[in-house]
Write a protein that binds this ligand. Structure first.
Ligand code: NAD
Length: 296
């Protein structure tokens, strides 16, 4: 596997492209929107500087990555030689279905298709790909290089050989593969994380304990670097709100609805979006949970 095409150059697509190019793959970045491609190019310069400053990357290694990156808004051009595609178009079922119909008609037969969808399982899209045996999920976390797990999850029609090839590919691009043997909404990480964050939200919003105490309890007891409220700041309040609202609507869970409303009123409406805006439950860049006294 040498030639990789990234489909959708937004938040995650840009990161996956950089990570693959940095590990020596020839990467073509495709987006429907020229502006998104320009933004991705600008982000790649930022990632290059970050890799040099914080990850020990040499000038040569960074130049090598740039030499392996190309950008286009022409889908046929983008996929004409692709061994594997990694799709990160918006998380809307109809957009993804339409996109896969176009891709199926355009990509060569050899190309393996992977989706980075966080909330859909590959079986929901397999029919549109025209090659269900060569289609599966390869799911990254944000930021790709630090939270470097790659969850690999097929659907019932995925060829085992293709699954194994994608596991190997993920290792070669610097990830730790997480093979998942059955379709599971939320994969492994979000299946573990969602109940923890929901329970923490209930304890806090029901007035059982304050958020720092809840985080401290978790951090002391498990040795984790973050507690649930530190994690919420990292994920971002807008995503937290969308996930809780979705759950509330799907299940009629009134607690989830209350938590979602509380997040909106107390955080989003006040511009406190989490780490990205400099404040969520904690203030950044020096959140209280990183102070040596926090666990006392
Ligand atoms: P984003 O909105 O930042 O990027 C989506 C990109 O897709 C945009 O650049 C947009 O121009 C492009 N696009 C829209 N319609 C298109 C089309 N028809 N064809 C090609 N490109 C099109 O979104 P994102 O946050 O990068 O999320 C993308 C995918 O990655 C989603 O499936 C999401 O679940 C998944 N994901 C996101 C994160 C995260 O932290 N943001 C983490 C893991 C997985």
């Amino acid at each position: 596997m040498k030639k990789i095409t990234i489909l959708g150059a937004g938040v995650l697509g840009s990161q996956i492209a950089w990570q693959a190019a940095f590990h020596g793959f020839s990467v073509t970045v495709y987006d429907i929107d020229e502006k998104a491609l320009e933004n991705a190019k600008a982000k790649h310069k930022v990632y290059a500087a970050y890799f040099k400053a914080n990850r020990g990357a040499s000038d040569e290694a960074v130049q090598h990555a740039f030499d392996h990156l190309a950008y286009t808004s022409d889908l046929a051009e983008a996929v004409k030689e692709a061994d594997l595609t990694s799709e990160s178009v918006p998380e809307v079922l109809e957009i993804k279905k339409e996109f896969y119909k176009k891709l199926a008609a355009t990509a060569p037969e050899k190309t393996i298709f992977t989706t980075n969808s966080s909330t859909m399982v590959p079986g929901q899209l397999a029919a549109e790909t025209g090659r269900p045996q060569k289609f599966l999920a390869l799911h990254f976390a944000n930021p790709v290089w630090e939270a470097n797990i790659a969850e690999v999850m097929g659907h019932s029609g995925t060829d085992k050989k293709i699954f194994d090839e994608v596991v190997s590919f993920s290792k070669a691009m610097g990830m730790v593969p997480i093979p998942i043997f059955k379709e599971q909404p939320g994969y492994v990480i979000n299946t573990l994380l969602s109940p923890l964050l929901a329970a923490a939200g209930n304890l806090f919003f029901n007035g059982v304990a304050d958020y720092k105490t809840i985080d401290k309890t978790w951090m002391i007891s498990t040795g984790a670097k973050f507690g649930p409220f530190g994690i919420m700041d990292l994920v971002g309040m807008q995503t937290m709100y969308h996930v809780m609202m979705l759950k509330a609507k799907q299940t009629g869970d009134e607690d989830a609805m209350k938590r979602a409303e509380a997040i909106k009123t107390n955080f989003i409406d006040k511009g406190k979006l989490g780490i990205s805006s400099g404040e969520g439950f904690y203030k950044y860049p020096d959140p209280a949970y990183q102070s040596p006294d926090f666990l006392k």
